[in-house]
Each structure stands twice: as structure tokens, then as C-alpha cells.
Design a protein around this ligand. Structure first.
Ligand code: SF4
Ligand code: FES
Length: 355
């Protein structure tokens, strides 16, 4: 039995409410209603528990966290525990007065999403007219209040050819870091695979463009699983690096873990965060290497990628305990890749939006 590591990060999904309707959204198809969201006091208690557990970073995410009127109180709650706070926002729905209160409350960092480098494409992808203009304004607030800005661009077949413009825009906005992340096909995104999946040629070009860019702005490139040789260590390994808490308080080893049937997840309203992390069955099931089948069990990379992504194994193979099909050693790898090629070549342009 492996030792239980100290977690480093808490992804606090404070709400599922969001004005945007991005087709690549990895949140579940069925969202938590506002009436079921945790109260301010419960979140604040949770942040104190997180600090006690050794967590260093709290990512305030959603949905759109600005949809909660208590966002500055939540930021203050994180700051009071001494944890580093990162606001993950689309910018839409965030008012400058609220943002200023967040800064005053001790906000450390902002991660702002963009869908493309021009208003027409960005607003079409985000399913929200005027969203792009709002984001530019919010980026201006972040830098003028002196906070570090990361721009996050989820990339896919319909915006990847404009990657140089996305990089230029992030520079222009004063971002210190740009995250270029290929779509992860979980939750709602699974419904849009045929409209989002990139071609291998696009992926190759994107890699070269990122390698050539850089300079004063750091670029983190998250490659797509479908055309990779090795899988990613999803979440830094199941139950190793961090956890997600849903708007209603369910503690998950990763954002998409509820897609795995048979795992029982616990809520912070019933048990302490520490108990859930250390002894929760859902965390223990795929933590470490004991659960691994072959070829992972005897693989020299088993403590590098921890067998890849359990949710991807579930989505593609119906078996969360299988080797991630993104791995070239998986017996299902070539089928996984050819299905992706099929989606990429389907030529579907229209998105399926929420609502
Ligand atoms: Fe990782 Fe398993 Fe593939 Fe080895 S066989 S590289 S441990 S997913
Ligand atoms: Fe759940 Fe990868 S998204 S383990």
C-alpha cells in the first residue's frame, strides 16, 4: 500500500453557473443548481481545513466564480489561511468594483480564459456575444492592479490555425504566462468531439509554433492525448497532487471523476477534508500503483504518468481500471487514435451548446 502524499492544490468549483457556453466545457452535462451550492461559511471552513492538510494553492473556479456575489469574501477566506489564491475566470460577469474588492482581500493571481484572438470567433466559440470585449477589459484591470496574469486558451480544430494570433494577443494583454491547452474530452466536451478534434497536422504545427514563441512570456503547452505516445499524469496522479470540490461540496480526485460509476464520493458536509483525502475509498481506489493492470504494472513509467487518466479509460473503454488508451503500450491505442482521426476528418463545424 502506497503512503498517502500531502496534497498541494485545491480546485474549488464554487459554482457551476456560467454565462458562457463553451463547447469544450469539461464540467458534467448535468450541472449543480445554485440552490445546492455550499454557503460562504462552509467554503471558508473548507479553506481552513485545506491549509491544515498542507495544501498551498486554492484555485477558485467554476463555472464562473464571479457568478457568486460572495467572491471577495471567498478570496479573503483563502488569504486569511495564508494560501495562494488563483481566480480562474472568463471575465464575463466580473465587475471592476468586485474585482477591486478581491484584490484588496488578497487575491494573488488571475487566470483569464480566451476562446480566440478575434471577437467574431471568440464569441461564437464561447456562445456569448460581447464576451471577447469584456475579457480585454478584465485583462486591463488585472495588470493595472499589479496582479500576475495567466491567459488560458483551450485549443481545438476551430481555433488552432490562429495560434500565432492568440500568442500575440496574450503578449499584448501583458500576460506573464500563456497556457495553450488542447481540449480534454470530458463532460460536455465529449458531445463535441467531432467539431473540436484537431488534425495531426494542426497539432504538429502548433507544437512548432509554441517552440518558436516564448521570450518574456512563459508558454505552457498541454498537448492532446490522441496523438501522443505517452499519456499525461492526469491531476499529477490520482489522489497525489490535488483534489476538486464541486459546488455542492463533493470531494473528487479529479474534475471528471463523477463519470466513473461505482466510485463513492463523499461530501465535506459529512466528513472532514483530511479524512476524505486520506481514507476516502474513491481516492484510495486508483492511488499509487497497486491497482494497475499490465502493461502499467511492469512499466518503467508507472511512477511518471501513474497510468494516465482514469476518466479517459472510462470514456473510451468503459473500464476506469484500464491503461489509458492514450498510451502507445495500451492494446487500444491504435483504435483510440483512429477514432480521433475519424472525428477530426468528420468536417463538422457546428457546436452543441448547453441550454
Ligand atoms: Fe504509463 Fe501505463 Fe503506458 Fe507505462 S503502460 S507509459 S505506466 S500508461
Ligand atoms: Fe479524471 Fe483524468 S480527468 S483522471
Amino acid at each position: 500500500m502506497s503512503a498517502v502524499p500531502v496534497p498541494l492544490a485545491l480546485l474549488a468549483e464554487v459554482t457551476h453557473r456560467c454565462p458562457l457556453r463553451c463547447p469544450y466545457c469539461s464540467n458534467p452535462t448535468s450541472l449543480v443548481k445554485r440552490s445546492a451550492e455550499l454557503s460562504t461559511a462552509t467554503w471558508l471552513d473548507l479553506f481552513r481545513q485545506a491549509a491544515g492538510l498542507g495544501i498551498l494553492h486554492v484555485h477558485l473556479s467554476g463555472g464562473e466564480p464571479a457568478a457568486r456575489s460572495d467572491l471577495p469574501e471567498l478570496v479573503a477566506g483563502v488569504a486569511e489561511t495564508g494560501l495562494y489564491s488563483n481566480l480562474i475566470t472568463s471575465g464575463v460577469g466580473l465587475r471592476e468594483s468586485v474585482f477591486a474588492r478581491c484584490v484588496e482581500a488578497g487575491l494573488d493571481h488571475v487566470q483569464l480564459s480566451i476562446q480566440a484572438a478575434d471577437a467574431g470567433t471568440a464569441d461564437r466559440i464561447g456562445g456569448y456575444r460581447g464576451g471577447f470585449a469584456t475579457k480585454l477589459e478584465v485583462a486591463g484591470w488585472v495588470t493595472s492592479y499589479g496582479l500576475p496574469l495567466t491567459v488560458n486558451a483551450v485549443v481545438h480544430r476551430q481555433n488552432l490555425d490562429r495560434l500565432p494570433e492568440i500568442i500575440a494577443l496574450a503578449r499584448q494583454l501583458g500576460a506573464r504566462r500563456l497556457e495553450v491547452a488542447h481540449t480534454q474530452y470530458h463532460g460536455w466536451a465529449l458531445l463535441n468531439r467531432d467539431a473540436l478534434m484537431p488534425t495531426p497536422e494542426q497539432v504538429e504545427r502548433a507544437r512548432a509554433i509554441v517552440e518558436e514563441a516564448g521570450g518574456r512570456m512563459v508558454i505552457d503547452y498541454v498537448p492532446p492525448d490522441h496523438f501522443a505516445t505517452w499519456p499525461k499524469a492526469c491531476m499529477g496522479g490520482w489522489g497525489r497532487y490535488g483534489m476538486t470540490v464541486t459546488p455542492e461540496g463533493v470531494v473528487l480526485p479529479c474534475q471528471a471523476a463523477e463519470s466513473i460509476p461505482g466510485l463513492e464520493f463523499e461530501s465535506v458536509t459529512d466528513r472532514s477534508l483530511s479524512e476524505i483525502w486520506r481514507n476516502g475509498l474513491a481516492f484510495a481506489t486508483y492511488r499509487g500503483t497497486d491497482w494497475m493492470p499490465e502493461p502499467c504494472r511492469s512499466c518503467e513509467r508507472r511512477e511518471i504518468d501513474w497510468g494516465g487518466c482514469r476518466c479517459q479509460a472510462m470514456a473510451y473503454l468503459g473500464n476506469p481500471g484500464a491503461t489509458d488508451p492514450a498510451c502507445s503500450r495500451s492494446p487500444h491505442h491504435s483504435q483510440f487514435r483512429s477514432r480521433a482521426l475519424g472525428f477530426a476528418e468528420a468536417g463538422v463545424d457546428s457546436f452543441t451548446y448547453r441550454g
